[in-house]
Design a protein around this ligand. Structure first.
Ligand SMILES: [Zn+2]
Length: 432
């Protein structure tokens, strides 16, 4: 057997993180499990934060803010932030999902975010998310995960779709993506009873849910020499994993290291747990106040702060080279990518770019630069939102990949380790 690829241990750990995280709620729970193992302590937003843990976190639904405060940090110590997002495009179960026709039982779904919906066809799908359960006199939010194949969105046979060769595959998001899960007539209440059975509660104790589908096939190494990673949700669990790992190993002095994992990036970030909500700003202010600082100290802290917005980048696609800017080619296994857009679709400016590229140099990893074609609209990230809300200079960076927003994405196996090393160096600066 060939020798393992560079960065294999980190890549294996990333696959474990992704497999543990079929939904934003699971991604936060797994991040918490890892942070607690590294000595971080949970905080309660309803209580006073006197005696703030120097390594702590606050979780809210599919979002998390975690911090590491160096010994002796003054009240106005600045923040070094890394932001990423926990959500990925997928299919989510409707509130009244029991439906069907032609002798099939089906579950109604809604498309979440900018999914490549064709990639959800003919996959064996499980169900996961969280459920509001009545327990005694209270409502409890519980995670649920059904990891066996229970759903399938069957593609129409080519014999019944003769025009597919000329006009391509056309999928109507209301009509063509409804998964089958059983046979027989529609059965009101069946999904509720299914969830109850899976969770070991009575059907009338299942109140509401945020449940979505996931591919039950785990992530895998791929390629002639295992130099690639094939996995769901690389966008953006790859960045969440690198950020949490870097924070767990944080040893810097001076600045406070903060990682924020947001939900709802794929639908515009405007929510209580999204980057366009107040969650991060609130936690940052509490970090200053809990350490004895006042409003002036906090504004001083913000004035000295910088942020990395970590999200995946587009590698140059070998079959579509004309879709990429010819003088800004991006390769896999060639190091982190800094994303620059003069129209501020990315928040990077020359100063923050220089800071991150210096961190890459300190970590001994190469760095690449992405700039999109002038005749093609550019994607965006939480970077410009964070920069605008907090007034903090920000750099947009990430790992190169193909198939972004597919149910199954592809990146280099060596890149997660290089990205993690760059984030570690950036969180604990030596020379800046
Ligand atoms: Zn993303």
């Amino acid at each position: 057997m060939a020798e393992g690829p560079a960065g294999e241990a980190v890549a294996s750990d990333l696959l474990a993180y992704i497999d543990a995280s079929p939904t934003p709620f699971h991604a936060v729970a797994e991040a918490i499990r890892r942070l607690v193992a590294a000595g971080f302590t949970a905080t309660n937003p309803l209580q006073a934060w006197d005696g703030l843990p120097s390594r702590g976190f606050l979780a809210r639904d599919g979002a998390l803010v975690a911090w590491s405060v160096p010994d002796g940090a003054p009240a106005a110590a600045p923040f070094r932030l890394v932001g990423a997002h926990t959500d990925s495009p997928n299919l989510r179960i409707r509130p009244q999902p029991d439906t069907g026709r032609a002798g099939w039982r089906q579950l109604g779904v809604e498309v979440y975010g900018g999914a490549l919906v064709n990639s959800w066809l003919d996959r064996d799908l499980g169900l996961s998310g969280r459920v509001a359960v009545r327990a005694g006199g209270r409502v409890e939010m519980r995670l649920v995960r059904v990891d066996r194949p229970v759903l399938r969105v069957p593609q129409l046979a080519i014999h019944l779709d003769r025009e597919i060769g000329e006009r391509g595959l056309l999928l109507d998001r209301q009509q063509h993506l409804v998964p089958v899960w059983s046979v027989g007539g529609p059965e009101p209440g069946a999904f509720t009873r299914f969830l109850a059975c899976e969770m070991g509660v009575e059907a009338d104790e299942v109140l509401t849910w945020d449940v979505m589908v996931h591919d039950v096939n785990p992530g895998a190494f791929l390629g002639r020499d295992r130099e690639l990673l094939s996995a769901p949700r690389l966008d953006n669990l790859c960045s969440c994993h690198a950020a949490i790992t870097a924070l767990a190993g944080h040893t810097g002095t001076g600045s406070i290291a903060v990682v924020s994992l947001f939900d709802h990036e794929e639908v515009g970030s405007m929510s209580a747990t999204g980057a366009d909500g107040g969650f991060l700003a609130t936690v940052l202010e509490r970090l200053t106040v809990a350490r004895g600082g006042d409003r002036a100290d906090h504004l001083r802290a913000l004035a000295g702060s910088v942020c990395v917005s970590a999200d995946m980048a587009h590698a140059t696609h070998p079959n579509y080279p004309e879709r990429h800017e010819p003088d800004h080619q991006v390769a896999v296994n060639a190091g982190p990518v800094v994303k620059i857009n003069v129209n501020q679709r990315y928040a990077t400016d020359s100063r923050t770019q220089a800071g991150f590229e210096q961190a890459c140099a300190e970590a001994g990893v190469p760095v690449q630069r992405f700039s999109s074609r002038g005749n093609m609209p550019c994607g965006s990230t939480i970077g410009p939102i964070t920069a605008a809300r907090l007034g903090i200079p920000t750099v947009d960076v990430g790992v190169a990949q193909l198939s972004m927003h597919s149910a199954r994405e592809l990146c280099g196996a060596a890149d997660p380790a290089m990205f993690g090393a760059a984030l570690s160096a950036w969180l604990s600066p030596t020379a800046r």
